[in-house]
Design a binder for this molecule. Sequence first.
Ligand SMILES: [Zn+2]
Length: 227
Amino acid sequence: MKTRPDFKYLVASALLGFILGAFVVASLGNPRALRQRAPNVSVRVAPHDAAMALDDPGSPVIEAATAPTTGRGGDPTIAADSGSLKARGLEMPVKDVPRSALVESFHEVRSGNREHEAIDILAPRNTPVVAIDEGTIAKLFVSKAGGNTIYQFDPSEQYAYYYAHLERYADGLKEGDKIHKRQVIGFVGTSGNAPKDTPHLHFAVFRLTAARHWWEGTPIDPYDLLR
Ligand SMILES: [Zn+2]
């Protein structure tokens, strides 16, 4: 009769283990759900691992945008977005950096096997960062990976522009501010996970969803818009 309770205990333990295991597997198997639950928390916090992979800010933008990437290269909607945005005559986001200096890195794979979905523009520390378009400061957000970041909405609130690794914001800049194209909004730096000896602007553009959340959208290659 002694073996009876032991057996029950084993069965109960096995059941509990199975349930916990299933829960863990379900959680891991749905990283998108995890990201959506904590949009402000970077899932791309692993540091860069090569000189060319300058950073991996893991912006909420990129997290939220990872899901609908399938077939993006041939997505006619994105192509249309690029066309209409380019037609606005967007400014270069870093003062005195010529368009010819831009290097394509949108599809570079960074940590976590995710695409960069942005462009990195190298410039000396404290070089002014300017708004590439008219619009509104939607969010000033400090994240572990992106450092001091700015989310700007364009005037139509269809698109967001994301500026990361800033040394600092322009004096007095605050959320809700209406800003003009070429207005200085911050300064190039290495905040977040940027290499301390390689100041640069991590810059991304994305099409907002109908909800117009500053952290959520579909990425558009800035290189196509700015070159
Ligand atoms: Zn970057």
